[in-house]
Ligand binder design. Structure first.
Ligand code: SF4
Ligand code: SF4
Ligand code: FES
Length: 357
């Protein structure tokens, strides 16, 4: 079958442009096979990373039809089926090639058929949240720097090193399997919404590795680590829980779940007084248990105002409160939900089941 590849290209920070290449391919060909053929048969200047061709090294991450994935894992048939499914649900989403917000000009590669617009199309762009070096190659230095920031090495500083090897039980080792599968491909970082708006947030790959360290029984610095990962929006509290990292990870590392596990460790150790982030979680749970949903009047005072102890925090709520009052959106009273008892018993059942794990 003939397929058109729309590839977003860019050099030396110049204006991005889309280049089209038409190839006759098998549905079973991987996207990386196709890129190799484009480079070898049509255009040797096209730049992309690759190495193992077998979902091991993590080198070939790129945005394929709008989401970050490994080019050596996805194949043409699956990609076209995926596009058809998206078109079925949201026709407007696939009427244009899936490029980032730039509006690239389109150049047709030598040898591409003029009737290419009628052929199935696959769009390929570089990963997001990292500067582009050339075409599909991005500068991953920020990704590595953020990994380094979580101190991703087992530390033996706080305990005596045994004379023989430090043994773990099979159960203790099993806790490291999922996070240990990370191949540092960058797909999660590329799609992270929190990272896009907050350059201090270390990113899902780093925090997945951070949980691997917290869960490792050989590590002697769990408490110091938790303090580090508890840092404002730079650590776990920067995650907006959008689930995107979980959905794109090719190795099922589920970074967002690992971030949640670190949060659980923190919440089990800290009182409401410790920080606004901790209060936010605990007050939310308390209020929903009390009334079935959140009493917004109490929420602001307890979380931001720290139960009237943080006068500066309370004052910061003033302008918002005034605007809400003027628009008659300030809740003057609170009606508990009719299902409060049910909500409370459900929450307690979940909490009990989590503490049994
Ligand atoms: S967590 Fe998954 S998506 Fe993120 S770098 Fe590791 S393997 Fe890639
Ligand atoms: S769930 Fe959190 S870490 Fe994952 S992509 Fe969304 S904001 Fe980023
Ligand atoms: S080339 Fe190694 S993961 Fe794709």
């Amino acid at each position: 079958m003939d397929v058109v590849f729309n590839i977003l290209r860019q050099q030396d920070g110049g204006v991005p442009y889309a280049q089209q290449y038409t190839l006759e391919v098998s549905p079973r060909s991987t996207i990386l096979d196709c890129l190799n053929r484009i480079k070898w048969e049509q255009d040797g200047t096209l730049a992309f990373r690759k190495n193992c061709r077998n979902t091991i090294c993590g080198s070939c991450s790129m945005r394929i039809n709008g989401r970050s994935a490994l080019a050596c894992k996805e194949n043409v048939g699956q990609e076209l089926d995926r596009l058809k499914a998206i078109a079925h649900h949201t026709p407007e989403a696939v009427s244009q090639p899936v490029f980032p917000s730039t509006s690239p000009t389109v150049e047709q590669a030598k040898g591409s058929a003029p009737e290419a617009s009628h052929l199935p199309q696959i769009t390929i762009a570089p990963m997001g949240n990292m500067p582009i070096i050339k075409d599909l190659i991005v500068d991953m230095q920020p990704f590595w720097d953020n990994l380094q920031a979580v101190e991703p090495y087992v530390s033996t500083q706080a305990r005596n090193v045994p004379e023989r090897e430090f043994l773990q039980s099979p159960e203790e080792r099993d806790r490291l399997n999922q996070t240990g599968n990370c191949i540092l491909c960058g797909a999660c970082y590329s799609e992270c919404n929190a990272r896009e708006v907050d350059s201090s947030f270390v990113g899902p790959h780093a925090l997945a590795k951070a949980y691997r360290m917290v869960a490792d029984t050989r590590d002697g610095q769990t408490e110091e680590r938790l303090e580090l990962y508890n840092t404002d929006t730079q650590g776990v509290w920067g995650c907006t829980r959008c689930y995107y990292c979980n959905s794109v990870c090719p190795m099922d590392v589920a970074p967002m779940d690992q971030i949640s596990s670190i949060k659980q460790e923190l919440l089990s150790r800290k009182s409401k007084e410790e920080s606004r982030q901790i209060r936010h979680r605990k007050v939310l749970v308390d209020l929903v248990k009390q009334g079935g949903w959140v009493d917004e009047r109490k929420f602001g005072i307890q979380v931001v105002g720290n139960y009237l102890k943080d006068l500066q925090g309370l004052a910061s709520l003033g302008p918002l409160g005034m605007r809400m009052l003027m628009r008659r959106k300030f809740p003057l009273s609170f009606e508990p939900s009719e299902g409060t008892e049910t909500v409370r018993s459900l929450m307690e059942a979940v909490q009990r089941s989590e503490s049994d794990l």
